[in-house]
Every structure is written in structure tokens, then in C-alpha cells.
Design a protein around this ligand. Structure first.
Ligand SMILES: Cc1ncc(COP(=O)(O)O)c(C=O)c1O
Length: 387
């Protein structure tokens, strides 16, 4: 079968070798602990599951959902944005429901990118920014996030005539995989640049609520003038342990939201209404959910950071996300260090290069594994690395 060129152009699966080793080790009966995936192990809260059980029995929810999302869901998003970020949104024009934020991020380049347009995507970064761009015929270029800049992009490294040719910039703070955060002052600068050079900003805020030590992540829409140039993606996946339910949303510039809604109308038929009603309930009670999950992630974060610090690694306590971004010791690449840990400790970590070439030199540890297993993984790593 001759598949389309756009499928052939998709990047190869980078972790094939590690994957092969994991399968082999498991076949040999080894007990592998996987710290590679960012998927909450804690269940969706009971009150949301119970709401789902009721909604699923309502025949009104059995029909096609509205394409843009239930009015009640879009209103709940607007209310939450007002309460959490102080941002005013018109639920009619400035909010669209998504089948998880990944779906919206992947489709968004279809709305604004013509074949050959340049798109800057955070590197290291969530791979969908680049892949969505490629599928739309755009040219993805890395926006390097370097340790010397505390993993914030340095736009002064690009000439102005280049930035004038950029159509879209993908940013994500709190950041996956580096776990770094951005200040409102940084967002202000970026919004100014978007106005000056005429590019569109797509900000991914999926991790805003997973934060520690009193840190509160800002929305880019808090910046004056942001709504003229920006769209922001968000999701219930991480903040309410709902990755499997597939519900997210995009907010911001009305034209961009309208274009995304239009593309979606022609591709999917929205999110199961019962799930959207659960989303309404979740958005009303986010704080209650977070009170339960954040102490768990805080303990796990401390455990991982302190284990690696004891082993001589130089790394800070992340203020947000459920990832720890760890510099690899000299003499290793991110891939060889991940393989070393897999061989010696039977623990899977993600090589940074999987998130882009600027992720080289780091591995990512995810905190979404049950605490006892994470504890065991850290003991094994400490033993294997000679602690
Ligand atoms: C940075 C980032 N954005 C978006 C997503 C997509 O989340 P979802 O589609 O579940 O909303 C993820 C998932 O891992 C992510 O890490």
C-alpha cells in the first residue's frame, strides 16, 4: 500500500531501541518501572465518575453533541478563566470545546498555516506542535529552550526579517518536558513581539494547575492586547485526572477560535455531551480536586529531586508540572543514559532528544507512577548509580 507522502514524512519513532529493550526485559520476567509516561495514575475523582453515571442515562445526551461544545460547558470555561486568571471570555465567540487539547493543537495549524509557512515550535517540546504543522504543510522550525536561558526562548537570537516571515509560534508554560515556568513579564514581551512582527501565538497551558509551593501559573491572556494575537489551549486531563475522557478547550482570539471551530465542524462531531456535563462539574470544583492531588505530586517531586541531588546531579525543585528534567552526566547522551538506567535499574525514563534536538543532554522523569513504585525506582537508581 502506498501511503501518502505526509504520512511518510512523519518523524520515525525515536524510542524503538529502548522499546525493544523494555519488551525483552519484560519477556525475561524483569520488573520494569515505567517513569516515561505523563499520565496520572490517580483516578478521576468519585464525584465526577458519579456525575457521568447519571449523565450517561439521560437520553438527551445520546444524540450528536454541538460542534463548538455545549453552551453550559463553554460558560463554565469562561467562569473558570475569570475566577482563576481574571480573564474575561465571551463563551459564544472566545471558547471552543476540544476532544482533549491534543486534538485542538493538532488541528490548529490547519486554521492559520498555508503550505510553506514558517512555524516556530518550542524545542524541547510536546511533539504535536511540530507534527500538526507538518500535516498542514507548514515548515516547523525549532524554538530553542536552552538551560542558560532557564528554558525560555531568546527571540533576540532571530533576525527581524526572519520573524516577519514566521506565521505561528507555539509556546508552553509550565513546560513539558523541562518543567520550567514563565512570568507574566515574559508573556508581555512575547505578545509585544507578536504585534510587532505579525505572528500568531498559540500557548499551551495544560499544566497550569499542577504547581507547587504556592506558585500560580499565569495565562498569556492576562496580558493586555494578547487576545488580538493569541489562542490558548487547556485541558481537564492533568488538572482533574481525566486523560482518558478526552476533554479540553481553546480560548482567546475570536477569529482564531472561530476558524478552529470551523475546521472541527468539518472533521469531528464534538465531545459526548455526558462528558461535557462532567466537565462543567469539574470546572466548578477544580480546587477541591487539586487539594487532593497536589500534596501527592509534591512528595513525589521532592523524592525524585532529592534522590538525584544526593547522587550529585545539579537540578532545582520544579515549580510546576509533574515532570523532573534531569541533566545527564558527562559522557552520556540522553539516549545512552536512559538505556544505562534501564539496563542497571530496570527503570524507564524518557530521553530528552525525543522532545527535539535541544532536549539532548537531559532525561525526563514523570511523577505519575504510584508513590511506592516511584520510591522503589529511586532506590534502584540510587543503587545503580553508586549512591
Ligand atoms: C504540553 C502538553 N500539551 C497538551 C497535552 C495533551 O493533553 P490532552 O490532549 O489530554 O488534553 C499534553 C499531554 O501530555 C502535554 O504534555
Amino acid at each position: 500500500m502506498d501511503v501518502a507522502q505526509r504520512v511518510k514524512n512523519l518523524p520515525p519513532y525515536l524510542f524503538a531501541e529502548i522499546e525493544r529493550k523494555i519488551v525483552k526485559a519484560r519477556e525475561e520476567g524483569k520488573d520494569i518501572i515505567d517513569l516515561g509516561i505523563g499520565d496520572p495514575d490517580l483516578p478521576t475523582p468519585d464525584f465526577l465518575v458519579e456525575r457521568m453515571c447519571r449523565e450517561v442515562q439521560n437520553p438527551e445526551n445520546h444524540r450528536y453533541p454541538s460542534y463548538r461544545g455545549l453552551g453550559a460547558f463553554r460558560e463554565a470555561v469562561a467562569l473558570w478563566y475569570k475566577k482563576r486568571f481574571g480573564v474575561d471570555l465571551d463563551p459564544e465567540k472566545e471558547v471552543v470545546a476540544l476532544i482533549g487539547s491534543k486534538e485542538g493543537i493538532a488541528h490548529f495549524p490547519w486554521c492559520v498555516v498555508d503550505p510553506g509557512d514558517l512555524v516556530l515550535a518550542s524545542d524541547p517540546g510536546y511533539p504535536v506542535y511540530k507534527i500538526g504543522t507538518m500535516l498542514a504543510g507548514g515548515i516547523p522550525l525549532p524554538l530553542p529552550l536552552l538551560p542558560q536561558n532557564d528554558f525560555l526562548p531568546d527571540f533576540s537570537s532571530f533576525p527581524g526579517d526572519f520573524l516577519e516571515r514566521v506565521k505561528l509560534v507555539f509556546l508552553n508554560y509550565p513546560n513539558n518536558p523541562t518543567s520550567r515556568t514563565a512570568t507574566i513579564a515574559f508573556f508581555r514581551e512575547i505578545v509585544q513581539l507578536a504585534h510587532r512582527f505579525g505572528f500568531i501565538l498559540a500557548h499551551d497551558l495544560a499544566y497550569s494547575e499542577i504547581s507547587f509551593d504556592g506558585y500560580r501559573a499565569p495565562s498569556i491572556l492576562e496580558v493586555e492586547g494578547a487576545k488580538e494575537v493569541a489562542i490558548e489551549f487547556h485541558s481537564l486531563s492533568k488538572m482533574c485526572n481525566m486523560t482518558g475522557w478526552r476533554i479540553g478547550f481553546a480560548v482567546g482570539n475570536a477569529e482564531l477560535i472561530g476558524a478552529l471551530g470551523r475546521i472541527k465542524t468539518n472533521i469531528d462531531s464534538g465531545i459526548f455531551n455526558a462528558i461535557q456535563w462532567v466537565g462543567v462539574e469539574a470546572l466548578k470544583r477544580v480546587e477541591e480536586v487539586l487539594e487532593k492531588i497536589l500534596p501527592v505530586y509534591t512528595k513525589r517531586r521532592n523524592l525524585v529531586v532529592e534522590t538525584f541531588q544526593r547522587l550529585g546531579f545539579d537540578l532545582p525543585y520544579p515549580k510546576a508540572t509533574f515532570y523532573v528534567w534531569i541533566p545527564v552526566p558527562s559522557g552520556f547522551t540522553s539516549m545512552s543514559f536512559a538505556e544505562y538506567i534501564l539496563d542497571r535499574a530496570q527503570v524507564v525514563v524518557t530521553p530528552g532528544v525525543g522532545f527535539g534536538k535541544y532536549g539532548e543532554g537531559f532525561v525526563r522523569v514523570s511523577l505519575t507512577t504510584p508513590s511506592e513504585r516511584l520510591q522503589e525506582a529511586m532506590e534502584r537508581i540510587e543503587h545503580a548509580l553508586g549512591g
